[in-house]
Design a protein around this ligand. Structure first.
Ligand code: G
Ligand code: G
Ligand code: MN
Ligand code: NA
Length: 254
């Protein structure tokens, strides 16, 4: 309850920050974009991670204004990247279930894209299987609308839902993100290795891109590379970091 009360103030007091975690193209080893991950600078508790406050924000309804704040921040960021050395970067933003099913999402996205003159293909929205499955018909309609605008859609935590395959049939998407639970043991668990390799092949047969999450070791990277996985994200490359640090990292690689 205390965290919940403080959360509403936190938005007013501007205590949230977007951290960025690089996404790397495996074939070239270059950073092609980032996932935006929310952080809360609590005045007493210090840095609080989303695992602690997103569920509370979901229940209390704060997730709607908070989600709008994240999208607005993301829009400004993409606009600021229209500069040599950063203009190619894609930004992925997590959507919560409530945001997906609320009426405000599409109008907000339209306003942001127009106001900042953003290339919609540089914005990717990550939706988990469980969020989409709360209301499959509505989600299906939303994804059609997003993709008709040229906004990219990725399925987050792929493989952890109860019906990942029906999901691929039901929804129009661009990319899947293989959950880090499968990536973690690809070197030691033959089942996980087979699942990951088959998932990459399946996604490619359907014309979808693949991002592997939670890549921590060179052996995992080499396995994913050998299986033609498109992109990787994880501590091997970098932890989520402040925007300025991410921009410096991108600039330093050219
Ligand atoms: O680093 P990490 O602890 O950043 O993130 C934990 C979880 O919180 C992730 O699974 C991610 O999906 C979720 N998350 C992070 N940022 C956001 C956000 O802006 N909106 C929503 N809905 N979820 C987020
Ligand atoms: O949206 P999602 O749940 O996928 O967000 C990614 C989460 O995974 C964040 O909490 C992020 O900090 C975390 N994460 C990112 N890279 C790694 C990694 O290499 N290993 C582990 N254990 N967690 C990671
Ligand atoms: Mn995510
Ligand atoms: Na994920």
């Amino acid at each position: 309850l205390m965290l919940e009360n403080r959360l509403w103030q936190a938005l007013e007091h501007n205590e949230f920050e977007l951290y960025l975690q690089p996404q790397v193209e495996l074939a070239s080893g270059r950073i092609i974009g980032a996932e935006a991950l929310l952080r809360w600078h609590h005045p007493e508790l210090g840095m609080v991670g989303p695992d602690r406050f997103i569920p509370i924000a979901e229940e209390s309804g704060l997730i709607l204004p908070l989600g709008d704040w994240v999208l607005q921040r993301a829009g400004r960021l993409l606009a600021s990247w229209r500069t040599p050395g950063l203009a190619h970067l894609r930004l992925a933003v997590n959507l919560s279930a409530r945001q997906c099913h609320g009426a405000g999402l599409l109008p907000l996205l339209d306003r942001l894209l127009a106001a900042h003159g953003i290339d919609p293909a540089l914005l990717e929205l990550e939706i988990t299987e469980s969020a989409a499955m709360q209301d499959p018909e509505r989600s299906r309609a939303l994804l059609v609308e997003l993709r008709s605008r040229g906004i990219k859609v990725a399925i987050d935590d792929f493989g952890t839902g109860y019906s990942s395959l029906s999901y691929l049939k039901l929804f129009e998407i661009d990319r899947i993100k293989i959950d880090r639970g499968f990536v973690k043991d690809i070197e030691s668990d033959p089942d996980d290795a087979v699942i990951v390799a088959a998932t990459i092949a399946l996604a490619h047969s359907l014309g979808l891109g693949v991002v592997a999450e939670g890549v921590e070791t060179l052996a995992q990277r080499d396995f994913l590379s050998a299986k033609q996985c498109d992109e990787a994200q994880g501590y091997l490359y970098a932890r989520p970091m402040p925007v300025a640090q991410f921009e410096a990292m991108v600039r330093s690689e050219r």
